[in-house]
Design a protein around this ligand. Sequence first.
Ligand SMILES: C[S@@+](CC[C@H](N)C(=O)[O-])C[C@H]1O[C@@H](n2cnc3c(N)ncnc32)[C@H](O)[C@@H]1O
Length: 200
Amino acid sequence: MLQRSVSLCVVLGAGLDSFAQRHPGKTTVFEVDQRGTQVWKRERRQALGHPLPTLVPVDFESGQSWPAELESAGFEPAQPAVFASTCVSRYLSKATTAETLRAIAGLAEGTTFAMTFLLPQDLLGPTDRPGPRTSRDGAKAAGTPFVSFYRPEEMQAMARDAGFTDVRHVSGTALAERYSAGRADGLWPSTGEDFLIARE
Ligand SMILES: C[S@@+](CC[C@H](N)C(=O)[O-])C[C@H]1O[C@@H](n2cnc3c(N)ncnc32)[C@H](O)[C@@H]1O
């Protein structure tokens, strides 16, 4: 595989992601998220003495252009970057995620997008169903329901339609096997969320 050096990272729907704290100085990190989440996180980071990445407040569903806001915050679109978005597409309409895919596919060559998506219930094995059901019920009760589920082939087709040429699906099961096989404590994550890795 071609190894590329990329020093720009954009976390879409960053939440409590701590990549910026764990890699200070090595990478320029932009975090895009809802304003309220960022206000709280900024206060906590400052209280704990952690460095602040560039925070870009955006509601993805508001019609506001996150690429425009990102650029205004100093993101250089001519440079390749890694975009990551985990546990976010579940809250967004499929039209919004398609728009995000198109926006990233149109950026500099060498840009990579890694995002997760929830699988529909019928693709889950019986032992994997209780965990996702509990989180789905909890999200609904909290007023932030999961609204989008994707079959892997649907997600891959969306990425190709958006303009990505190198599109890979990494299943949660494969990740569990890679990272949890052989653990002494037998810990095994429940699956139900897969990764899309897309490059131009
Ligand atoms: C479950 S958290 C995931 C956080 C982090 N990416 C992770 O994997 O731990 C979901 C994040 O998506 C963000 N989010 C949900 N809907 C959003 C929207 N419409 N616009 C911007 N961010 C949104 C939330 O603010 C939250 O930070």
